[in-house]
Write a protein that binds this ligand. Sequence first.
Ligand SMILES: [Zn+2]
Length: 101
Amino acid sequence: MDVPQFLFGQRGNYQLADSKGFTYNKDKTHGSKTYWECAYRQRFGCYARLSTVADKIVHLKGSHNHPTFRQKVKINVNLVVEIVTEIVTEIDKNLDLNLFF
Ligand SMILES: [Zn+2]
């Protein structure tokens, strides 16, 4: 399946980006499986999740209720403001993540 990209935040927190540009935060590990949840779970209430084994995506659950920041889509101004706020927050949190640029 999809081979994800692993990203590392400043405080050792893991993030994963799939080939479509969605990002996930590490949730937990169970045996050889690692579970991830959408990085925008809290802000957008997105419940898309996936699990990886040996750094490969083996299971994808749910769908994202928001665009990725690499997609060119027509979105309303309020959402743009939210996204920009989120990007600024993310940059502030993880200065070494140049994910959106
Ligand atoms: Zn999502």
